[in-house]
Design a protein around this ligand. Structure first.
Ligand SMILES: NC(=O)c1ccc[n+]([C@@H]2O[C@H](COP(=O)([O-])OP(=O)(O)OC[C@H]3O[C@@H](n4cnc5c(N)ncnc54)[C@H](O)[C@@H]3O)[C@@H](O)[C@H]2O)c1
Ligand SMILES: [Zn+2]
Length: 401
């Protein structure tokens, strides 16, 4: 190997039932006596905030709870959260919720540490140093934000979802407690679960690390396909194949919730080291035109984008087919690759993810504009195994329409 790759994660990951009860112990261990907990009203009602926060009060930690989290957090939600956190003056933050609340906590923490505006840190590696120490506790099984170096928010002026990547955004501690996902309604389970699958598949089919970084601007926290990423991606795909549909259909099945919680964290490790590709870039652009969750948008687009890569990633797609439970022994490579796409389409249908953009009310005349926005997200588009240009992206959106 001529190139170097590295591997990052949250500094410490705890996985298992009731791992979330370790919040106080972890805060004490790291000297965090004043915690600002970011969550949302739905999780408050579900009793999840109480489960995590009550033990903190009794262990003598000073706690403020901010319930300003919302799906796909807006700039306004970030500014409010920063203001409330500043007034409290925490030594540590807790992001409790799905990817949205964990990202809101990352965004709040970095502004507390470095000042400025969320837009100042857009893109690759622009944070100058560590954020206020952050403990992330996922309540969905999907995004992997609890271990990732990414945060994402919705900026109405930018016309696209804004992401930033920094090694400093990886949480200090991730407490992955599958019990917290039991109350996820089927739609949240399905949408977040197919996001985990998308992370793993985009990582496993990414451009090789040997060809990464690409020409200037070569700076990137994504590194392309590498052996550690492959390991995480394979396990993620197998787990999603085995557990996602069941977790949607039988929400109280603990084995399936556990399988998906593990898939989400492993998928987060895969994508945040290797990278995500065109599915994510297109979803970021689409989400500002129509209202769709990140996961549902990705799940809708995934088969259409993968169809573009059968020529360059047939072997990988064939492997993915077997990991999703397809018997490919009698098939040639191209047939097996296509079966992977069929298996995703079948799974998507079974769990209720829309399969056409028109079902979301996406106006067909916007395809060229949206495709152009996606192509411009260079830090993501350069992760794809074959470079997609504007006409490729327009074709994908037309097919998906
Ligand atoms: N930072 C990263 O690495 C990363 C990766 C992927 C996606 N994301 C971002 O994460 C966001 C999506 O996150 P998500 O898919 O986890 O969904 P989410 O956080 O937006 O949550 C969706 C809804 O489900 C509710 N919910 C969450 N957990 C619940 C539970 N246990 N019981 C009942 N209701 C529950 C929430 O209150 C919310 O209303 C998007 O903004 C996306 O861009 C970030
Ligand atoms: Zn994602």
């Amino acid at each position: 190997m001529r190139t170097i790759w590295s591997f990052g994660s949250a500094s410490q990951v705890f996985f298992g039932q009731n791992a979330s009860l370790r919040t106080g112990e972890m805060a004490q261990k790291h000297g965090l006596r004043k915690l600002f907990v970011i969550s949302d009203p739905i999780l408050d009602q579900a009793g999840i905030v109480k489960k995590v926060v009550d033990p903190l009060f009794s262990s003598g930690i000073d706690v403020a709870v901010h319930l300003g989290g919302e799906p796909e957090p807006s700039l306004a939600a970030i500014l409010k959260s920063v203001e409330a956190a500043r007034a409290f003056g925490p030594t540590g933050l807790v992001g409790l919720g799905g990817g949205s609340n964990m990202d809101l906590a990352k965004l709040t923490s970095k502004i507390l540490a470095h000042g400025g505006h969320p837009r100042d840190y857009t893109g690759d590696d622009r944070l100058p140093g560590p954020i206020v120490p952050l403990i992330c506790i996922p309540t969905t099984a999907g995004t992997g934000s609890e271990v990732s170096h990414a945060d994402v928010y919705t900026d109405p002026d930018a016309g696209i979802k804004i992401g930033s990547l920094s090694p400093f955004l990886r949480p200090l501690v991730a407490l992955v407690d599958p019990l917290l996902t039991l109350s996820c309604p089927p739609k949240v389970t399905a949408d977040s679960g197919i996001d985990a699958l998308t992370h793993a598949i985009e990582a496993f089919t990414a451009i090789s690390n040997e060809q990464f970084p690409l020409p200037e601007p070569g700076r990137s926290l994504y590194q392309g396909k590498n052996p550690m990423g492959d390991l995480m991606a394979e396990k993620t795909i197998r787990l999603v194949g085995k557990h996602l549909a069941q977790a949607v259909e039988k929400p109280l099945s603990m084995a399936d919730r556990e399988g998906m919680a593990l898939a989400a964290t492993l998928g987060g490790l895969a994508f945040s080291n290797v990278g995500v590709g065109a599915v994510h870039a297109l979803e970021y652009a689409i989400a500002t035109v129509v209202h769709v969750s990140h996961g549902a948008g990705n799940g809708l687009l995934l088969p259409f984008v993968l169809s573009e890569f059968v020529g360059v990633r047939a072997a990988e797609l064939g492997q993915i087919a077997t990991w999703l439970g397809v018997d490919t022994t009698q098939m040639d490579q191209d047939m097996a690759a296509k079966k992977a796409i069929d298996a995703i389409v079948t799974l998507r249908k079974r769990i209720g993810i829309p399969d056409r953009l028109r079902e979301l009310g996406f106006p067909r005349e916007k395809t060229a504009e949206v495709a152009a926005k996606a192509v411009a997200v260079e830090r993501i588009m350069r992760v794809t195994p074959r470079r997609l240009d504007l006409s490729d992206c327009i074709r994908i959106l037309e097919n998906a329409w």
